[in-house]
Design a protein around this ligand. Sequence first.
Ligand SMILES: NC(=O)c1ccc[n+]([C@@H]2O[C@H](COP(=O)([O-])OP(=O)(O)OC[C@H]3O[C@@H](n4cnc5c(N)ncnc54)[C@H](OP(=O)(O)O)[C@@H]3O)[C@@H](O)[C@H]2O)c1
Length: 256
Amino acid sequence: MPSDAVLTGTVALVTGASSGIGEATARRLAADGAAVAIAARRVDRLEALAREIEDAGGRALAVESDITDRAQAEALVERTVAELGRLDTVVNNAGVMLLGPAEDADIEEWERMVDLNVTGLLYVAKAALPHLIAAAEEEPRRVTDLINISSVAGRRARSDSAVYNLTKHGVGAFSEALRQEVTQRHVRVSLVEPGAVSTELAGHNRPEVQEAMRTRFADMERLEASDIADAISYIVTRPRHVAINEILVRPTEQQN
Ligand SMILES: NC(=O)c1ccc[n+]([C@@H]2O[C@H](COP(=O)([O-])OP(=O)(O)OC[C@H]3O[C@@H](n4cnc5c(N)ncnc54)[C@H](OP(=O)(O)O)[C@@H]3O)[C@@H](O)[C@H]2O)c1
């Protein structure tokens, strides 16, 4: 890790870091010089990633956390600050996407999406905010970042995605309102909206829904998780006077 990397001396927290976009983002922010707290429920995967980051010369803290539980979400933020010393960057990434027609839906799938994509994200944001405001007054960067991961589904509603659309549209509205509240204190709130990315996300759906998704994206070259990590890295490494409020990233071949 070069000691002059842009995020040297800062601390990042990435939720949903045990796979996909969160894992790639943690790796990338560590390469950019940040000490990273990595959180999810599958602690064995977090520990393997932490070892990999440390072997590459970085610093990582693996924290087992189910952020749908408010006490665990708050403890995650407090442990990050207690062990790594401060909090400059939060990537609110953990999420679940359970699709299918509303008429046939299992209401527990709706609850899982709202609990994680909305309520869990809010728990982390609320607990992190005082620390982000404090770190924005301090060297080395005097600016901090809260990045909420939405989706193309946060821009466009489509059939068979009603509740996922609801959660991601909500993340967009929350992010923009909060951005206005804190931007003059140099806390930048950003929204990242990926199109189809090759991760484990779709694999949690019922078999018939997975089959419909396979058909929809059959011939498309999808994004890699590292493509989204690149966008996040771009946002957080901008100079203090530049705020990237929103980034929508689709695979080139994705029309809608
Ligand atoms: N892949 C795409 O095409 C795509 C497109 C647009 C937006 N997104 C968004 O990108 C984000 C990341 O998704 P991904 O594609 O990287 O999927 P993924 O590989 O399934 O990652 C989801 C992450 O969330 C974590 N998670 C799930 N439940 C959790 C809980 N209760 N508490 C804490 N962590 C939890 C998972 O870890 P554990 O299971 O170990 O807890 C995992 O690390 C999501 O918000 C998703 O909506 C993805």
